[in-house]
Design a protein around this ligand. Structure first.
Ligand code: SF4
Length: 64
């Protein structure tokens, strides 16, 4: 997905990586205050961002 490598979600403690039955991966936001569970990527500004470290891998094109 273009821009995902610079998304704040990439290293956020609130990120959940979801894989569907076809093997596609999606980034899901688990921050309770965010009404958008699948925010458009890349997320460049976010009040809920909490650095967690690590790299979850880039989501697939379908998650846009
Ligand atoms: S809190 Fe913000 S930066 Fe963290 S996963 Fe959710 S949308 Fe992305």
């Amino acid at each position: 997905m273009p821009g995902a490598d610079r998304s704040l979600c990439k290293d956020c403690a609130h990120l959940g990586v979801v894989t569907n039955a076809r093997g596609s991966t999606f980034w899901r936001c688990k921050w309770p205050a965010n009404p958008m569970k699948y925010p458009p990527q890349p997320v460049l500004r976010c009040a809920g961002h909490a650095p967690a470290g690590g790299d979850p891998g880039l989501p697939d094109e379908e998650s846009r």
